[in-house]
Ligand binder design. Structure first.
Ligand code: ATP
Ligand code: FE
Length: 339
């Protein structure tokens, strides 16, 4: 079947066309407008989605070489995310489904980050159940036990900032542009990870906390800049390497604990922060060190994109006898939505 998928939960407008579990097109329009504010401004995001949605959907259909009359269903992100952003994709999907008389499939964005591993890609082995999914992004930090496509349990999550925020807020304190995660990654590769020891928080169970690290870095920068005004510039590589090293250790500690508690050694990562080269390497190294089996998808499918929404649409569509697969026109966006 052919599915058109729409994603608009945060600051990327995206549309994809899938044929079964294969992605034919996956178009993403980002929003540069937020850079000058050092973070996503919800009202501006919503307005930019309104400008992007029509051309992005048209481009996805054109690149897939599919006419909208050939579509079998429309999938869209119903939550979680910014309400004003979600409403643009939701209203657009509903109108299109009404106009074309197609079934509508609502998709949970966080499930989609996990099920992105089931997109058919040449040379990519899909995880088998059960596995642990680690979703690390600008808005989330979760360890999820996945027993089946739609049987997921969150077994650990952040109690304050997400790991992407930890990267971005640290970068901001160092005077780097927004979003700063990729810059920290770049400079970290050139520095000594043990140059400046930062302490790891002590958080119970499989949960995470990153706000303490941010405060530590703030005082660290203040203190050292008072003594030497160009301290940050002089030591940028070492500072970035040390911050990244601390974040990697926080994540690895909890993953090791999750493996021990569940006995599950298959680990699939997703979310924009899984682009981080240090995190990728540390998790991959777990294969040799602790017998893990790790799954790291193509970068395109780890950040916010409609391809991952489409694969969930396909998995729900396949399950036709399950009446919950489709939603009617009464459906609306929900900014808070559990997995
Ligand atoms: P969510 O998916 O939870 O709604 P989001 O849309 O902000 O949140 P993504 O687009 O998945 O999340 O990821 C964006 C985040 O990933 C940003 O915080 C960005 O700094 C971070 N990021 C991207 N590349 C890297 C990298 N190489 N190293 C560290 N962080 C990175
Ligand atoms: Fe996301």
């Amino acid at each position: 079947c052919f599915i058109l998928a729409i994603e608009s939960s945060c600051d990327d407008t995206s549309a994809a066309v899938l044929h079964n579990d294969k992605v034919l097109s996956n178009v993403v329009a980002g929003q540069a407008i937020h850079e000058q504010y050092g973070g996503v401004v919800p009202e501006l995001a919503s307005r930019a989605h309104q400008q992007h949605i029509v051309p992005v959907v048209a481009a996805a259909l054109r690149q897939a070489n599919i006419d909208k009359k050939q579509l079998n269903a429309i999938a869209f992100t119903s939550g979680p995310g910014l309400l004003g952003s979600l409403l643009v994709g939701t209203s657009f999907a509903k109108s299109l489904a009404l106009g074309l008389n197609l079934p509508l499939i609502d998709v949970n964005h966080m499930q989609a980050h996990i099920l992105a591993h089931f997109i058919d890609e040449e040379g990519y082995e899909k995880p088998s159940f059960p596995f642990l999914a680690m979703t690390i992004s600008g808005g989330h930090t979760q360890i999820v036990r996945v027993d089946d496509y739609f049987e997921m349990t969150v077994i650990g999550e952040t109690i304050d900032d997400a790991v992407g925020e930890a990267f971005d807020k640290s970068a901001k304190l160092l005077g780097l542009p927004y979003p700063g995660g990729p810059f920290i990654d770049k400079y970290a590769a050139l520095g000594n990870p043990k140059a400046f020891p930062f302490t790891k928080p002590n958080v119970p169970k499989l949960n995470f906390s990153f706000s303490g690290l941010k405060t530590q870095i703030m005082y660290f920068v203040q203190r050292n800049t008072e003594a030497q005004s160009d301290f940050v510039n002089e030591n940028l590589n070492d500072i970035c390497a040390s911050i990244q090293y601390t974040i990697i250790n926080i994540i690895l500690d909890k993953l090791k604990k999750a493996v021990k508690e569940t006995g599950i050694k298959s680990i699939a990562i997703g979310g924009g922060v899984s682009a981080n080269s240090g995190i990728r390497k540390a998790i991959k190294d777990g294969e040799a060190k602790w017998g893990w089996k790790t799954y790291i998808p193509k970068f395109e499918y780890t950040t916010d994109n409609a391809g991952m929404i489409g694969i969930v649409g396909y998995l729900k569509y396949q399950n036709l006898e399950n009446k919950n697969s489709f939603v009617d026109q009464g459906v609306s966006a929900q900014s808070r939505l559990k997995i």
